[in-house]
Each structure stands twice: as structure tokens, then as C-alpha cells.
Design a protein around this ligand. Structure first.
Ligand code: GAL
Length: 423
């Protein structure tokens, strides 16, 4: 449905066909999977290791193809060049609408046998299962559900500043000022396009509400993108710079999280992979660190479902790949992986008693917002729009955020242009 571009599609198809024969030969030697992902921070690596260990316990080899870079932009670039040279990995972390883009290229293999044997249709919520299928066949398996609209905080820093966890954007600015006066950085942030977009979508959600978020960032409604509401969201987003430090440019998200952990900063707006860092540092949720819905977004849940898509492979490599797909949805993996990753399981039928209070809240809010209409896909994390449109929106958001003189009106106009790339 969404080819990257014509020349890439054609080249990829030709190369993939020639590669199939050589892969069959290579895979005759070892039942091994090569898995591309970008889970390289402390918490993420612990989580990825769960899968490696489960595969190895079943006698399969694991070749780790980790490409550092939060949000996965670099990983996707590397994946495209591997696919172009006719040598894709067995599986890769590919999410949301992008699964369809790869499916259209004819590069993904199906998992229908495993899905049927394991009863995936009954196990997975329909909305999740639909994303994992291409032309009716399962081509990917979901590992988790991340929530993006979270605020994380260090309770000692809040106490030193005499403030509580902010629940509205106005409270966030007031608390931030008090934290600054107490001698700390109010909001830890990393100046990278995907992190800017992560914060922006939470601010837009708070200032415009779920319906506006849906119209602007999911449906790409031009009226919403160019509206006064959008201009207001952009202005509020830019004001957040007042709460950030001067060294944020290029900083990785997990370094920003460590600033909250160490007590250099008070808060961070980030998805719950940040919880993986607090967990890896052996801190207790609700006591040594705090979580709450991003200010003003209590009635919404921006979801980000990580999934592993399977490339078309042959022989024993396919056998190992099918085992990988089966393991991913089994309770053992779902529990251990998500405890380390900060997310909640992709299947809703599991016992959550081992999970911390933030994860329990995530599950409750997921179910509540699904019923009440506040469950929306994260634009910043590839759930809402095609990769090329997402890239165009990232450019606008980050250029505006870093510009000294671009008015919000101009940024809103550029948003409309970015959406036109989708036509
Ligand atoms: C997200 C991904 C998460 C986490 C985060 C930071 O896009 O879904 O699993 O890795 O990026 O890298």
C-alpha cells in the first residue's frame, strides 16, 4: 500500500528473489535467527536479552543485529540497505503502517501456521491483530504495548522544590519554575527530532484534546493542521524550552532519563521505555520515582506497539523464525520482556500481579480509554501515519522548536504542506 518509492520497490523485489536461493543454502547450516532492533539502552538491552535466552534455551542461535538510536530511525535506514542488497535479517522491529509498506514489497514471510496453532486470533485484540496482518496473513508478531504520554519525576527533586506532580500544562510550567529556583533542571530532554515529536504530540493532546489529535496527527486533516488550535499547541510546546537545559542538543533519551534518576533534573516527558531505565536502576515505582499521564492527557492513551516483522526466509532459518514468533506471544516472554521494557503485554489475558503500579495504571488507562474513545496511535512512534509523512512532520516540529524566529503560524502552514506529501 505504501511503497517507499518506485525504484526502491523494484530493486528490492529483484534482489529479494535472487537472494532467496542463496539464503536457502546459508540457512541449511544453522537454525539461527538474525534479529534487527534498536533496543540498546540499559532497560531495552535487558528486555531484548529475554528473547535471546528463550531462543537459546530451545536450541536456536541468536544473531543480534542491534542498531543504536532511540526511535529507530537509524535502524530503519540500515534495514533498508540490507534489504536492498538482498540480505534482510530473519526478523526486524517494524511497526504500525510500515509493516504494510514492507508487505507490499513482497519481502515479508507469513506466520499463519504458528498463528493458527497458537490461537492468535482469539488471543489478540482485533485492532492489534489487524496491524500484524498483510493481505490477510500474519507477517508480524506484537511484543508489547507502550504508552507514550507519560510524565516521569524524581520525588526528592519535587519535594525540594515544594511541588506536586503537575496534572495540567499550567501546573507543569509553575512546577518547572519552582524546580529551577530550587537549583535543578526542570525538564530533562534530548534534542533529537523524534524526542521533540514525542513531547510535541503530548502537548498537542493536552491543549487540543483527543479529537483534535486524531484529526490533525492521524487523519492529517488540513483544516486541523493549519488551525488556531494547532498554532496554540505549537506555541505551548515551544515554551517548554524554558524548562529545558542548554546542553540538550543531540542528547539520547536514556541520558535524559538518567538525569531524573540522578536527581539533576526533576521531570521527563517520555514513553514508558523510560520506566525500563528506572527498573534497571532498581528503583521502585511510586516511591523512588513517579509516573503520571502527561499533564492534561489523563483521558488519553497514545499507544505504541512494538512488533517483530518476519522476512521471507527458507529452511532451518524459517524454522527458527517460526519458533521466535511463537515464543514472543507466550506468557513467559510477555511477562519477562515487558517487566524489563516498561511496557505492558500485547495479550490482555495475562496475570499482571508482578507488574509495578505504573504498568497497572497503564493497563487500566488502556482499557478505559479504549472504551471512552481516548485511545489514539502515536504519530511520533510510527503508529499513525506513513514513514514519509512522519518524517516530514518531524522536520517541521524540530525546525520550529530550534528556530529563533519561525512564527508558530509558519510552522502550522508547513504542517499542512507535510500532510500533502501523503496525497
Ligand atoms: C520506540 C520503541 C520503543 C523504544 C523507544 C526508544 O519507538 O517503540 O521500543 O525503543 O523507541 O528507543
Amino acid at each position: 500500500m505504501y511503497p517507499f518509492n518506485i525504484s526502491f520497490s523494484k530493486t528490492a523485489l529483484v534482489l529479494a528473489t535472487t537472494a532467496a536461493a542463496s539464503m536457502a543454502y546459508a540457512s541449511a547450516q544453522a537454525a539461527e535467527v538474525e534479529v534487527l532492533h534498536w533496543w540498546t539502552s540499559g532497560g531495552e538491552a535487558r528486555a531484548a536479552n529475554v528473547l535471546k535466552e528463550l531462543m537459546e534455551a530451545e536450541g536456536y542461535g541468536w544473531e543480534d543485529f542491534a542498531v543504536a538510536g532511540g526511535g529507530g530511525e537509524t535502524a530503519m535506514t540500515v534495514l533498508k540497505s540490507r534489504a536492498m542488497s538482498g540480505n534482510p535479517p530473519s526478523a526486524a522491529q517494524i511497526k504500525g503502517p510500515e509493516i504494510q509498506e514492507w508487505g507490499e514489497l513482497g519481502l515479508l514471510g507469513e506466520l499463519d501456521e504458528v498463528a493458527e496453532a497458537e490461537g492468535w486470533d482469539a488471543l489478540l485484540p482485533t485492532t492489534v491483530a489487524d496491524v500484524m496482518r498483510h493481505n490477510g496473513s500474519y507477517v508480524a508478531v506484537p511484543v508489547n504495548v507502550h504508552r507514550v504520554n507519560w510524565l516521569w519525576a524524581n520525588p526528592e527533586v519535587l519535594a525540594a522544590a515544594g511541588v506536586e506532580m503537575p496534572t495540567t500544562l499550567d501546573e507543569l510550567f509553575v512546577a518547572g519554575e519552582a524546580i529551577r529556583e530550587a537549583g535543578y533542571i526542570p525538564l530533562a530532554h534530548g534534542g533529537q527530532a523524534w524526542q521533540d515529536a514525542t513531547v510535541f504530540e503530548s502537548v498537542l493532546l493536552a491543549s487540543g484534546g483527543t479529537e483534535f489529535y486524531q484529526r490533525a496527527l492521524v487523519e492529517l486533516d488540513e483544516e486541523a493542521l493549519g488551525s488556531a488550535q494547532m498554532i496554540e499547541a505549537l506555541e505551548t510546546f515551544k515554551r517548554l524550552r524554558e524548562l529545558m537545559d542548554d546542553d540538550m542538543s543531540g542528547r539520547d533519551w536514556n541520558i535524559a532519563t538518567s538525569m531524573v534518576i540522578n536527581g539533576d533534573a526533576g521531570m521527563q516527558l517520555m514513553g514508558d521505555w523510560a520506566k525500563g531505565e528506572f527498573t534497571a536502576a532498581e528503583l521502585t515505582a511510586g516511591e523512588e520515582y513517579l509516573c503520571a499521564a502527561a499533564p492534561g492527557t489523563q483521558d488519553a492513551f497514545t499507544f505504541n506497539i512494538d512488533s517483530l516483522a518476519m522476512f521471507r526466509v527458507e529452511g532451518v532459518e524459517r524454522e527458527a523464525q517460526q519458533a521466535l514468533a511463537r515464543l514472543v506471544l507466550e506468557p513467559t516472554f510477555q511477562e519477562a520482556f515487558n517487566l524489563a521494557k516498561g511496557s505492558i503485554p500485547a495479550r490482555p489475558d495475562l496475570d499482571m500481579s508482578e507488574f509495578d503500579t505504573c504498568a497497572q495504571q497503564s493497563l487500566e488507562d488502556f482499557q478505559r480509554t479504549a472504551e471512552e474513545g481516548g485511545l489514539v496511535p502515536s504519530m511520533a512512534h510510527g503508529m499513525a501515519v506513513r514513514a514519509d509523512v512522519q518524517g516530514a512532520i518531524f522536520d517541521v516540529v524540530t525546525n520550529y522548536f530550534n528556530s529563533r524566529d519561525m512564527p508558530a503560524e509558519e510552522a502550522a502552514r508547513r504542517m499542512v504542506n507535510a500532510a500533502q506529501a501523503a496525497l
